[in-house]
Write a protein that binds this ligand. Sequence first.
Ligand code: SAH
Ligand code: F3S
Length: 449
Amino acid sequence: MEPDVAAPLQKVFLETFGCQMNFLDSELVRGRLAERRYVFTARRDEADVVAFNTCAVRDHAEDRVRNRLHELRRAKERRPDLVVAVLGCMAQREGEALLERFPHVDILCGTREFGRIDELVERVRGGSGPIVALGEHEPLPDGRRDLSQRPQKHSAFVTIQRGCDRACTFCVVPRTRGPEVERSMDDLEAEVRALVADGVVDVTLLGQIVNAYGRKSGGDASLARLLRRLDRVDGLLRLRFVTSFPTLLTPDLMQALQDCEKVVSYLHLPVQSGSNSCLKRMARGYTVESYLRLSDRLREVAPKIELATDLIVGFCGESDAEFAATLDLVQRAEFVQAFIFKYSTRPGTAAAERMVDDVPQAVKEARNQELLRAQEEIQRRRNRARIGSIEQVLVDGPSKRDKAVLAGRTSANRMVHFRGAATLQGQVVPVRIGDATALSLSGTQVADG
Ligand code: SAH
Ligand code: F3S
């Protein structure tokens, strides 16, 4: 095809904040823009279009975007044709208030409008003035995926469900992502097969409440059935899914986790708190005892699985005794990984409207540190127990610190470092573990696992 010499290629700088779903959404956005011959740059100062794909889960994530927008004010004064776009959860949550505060923003593109980001950018470049697109143009923009935009050759995310129908009182996601919408099992299998044909060996299925998959569409769709179908895809080595909700961990799903060889031995099952009164204020719909019963049952049905979790410290009204209960749960449950967050009040949530964010920042910080230390100790002990064992490591690529050292992950998502050739990227390699810290294992490649 003849290059279009009349129009110089427009350069896009796209920065992504937040969860894996946001990173996948950014991939979709890049695909849409690439279709219209936009190119991408890692340098914001040379871009014609600056876009931020944002997160609204905690105020800190939004603050970082506000800082970026402040910084861009000057650039936009110098170059009025610069297009500034705010995409995703923060755009959806703040709406036009964001434009009042940052009048140099040209596009607000909500979480169900990604599919037409190219059209929005073109309209602004054509002189339309600011555009607010926060409706539901396309609840599932996943259909037309451009495989060439994948950031990693051997790993890929696949959205199976978007949105969330629950209303945990601290959580802004149902507001920013809307109600649950699901893709069909046929579509998903086709996408996974296409990815595997393109070199992917490691697939992570994404959903805000991923094990609710199937309840919206009815029929025979369920996460357990989907896992069983995808487990049969030749060439796929690892199948993961995030994030699950405790009460929806059915016996059927537990059995599928055990039966499916490709499903990893890692289950991310956020508990949020170890105190029943706190869980009640969070409207989680389970107790600590029922969570522990689930985890016992899981150990019986699917002994290969190790649990990871999310925890919030300093939620509204969290007393010393409630926090002590969380610390106690962490000691008892021995999670393989725990993501610990300081509570951040989110406008529009039930907690923001009906409760008081009364735990002082310093107390949140101290509880955060105490929980981190406890979890670190557990991880160190459990990781050191792997010394001498042989782990199957999926190689992600050279480690950040030393190019001769490879970084990879075990099935239970433990990071492993070992010396090896970069050509091993995307392969599963047996590694004998020689040393361990709280955060990672290290060892040497062996001939056979
Ligand atoms: N089910 C979603 C939850 C999204 S939020 C998922 O896919 O992970 C991710 C985690 O952030 C939650 O599990 C919770 O631990 C934490 N979180 C959510 N809202 C929060 C808030 N207001 N303050 C602090 N942490 C929060
Ligand atoms: Fe948020 Fe609870 Fe849904 S944490 S994403 S409202 S399951």
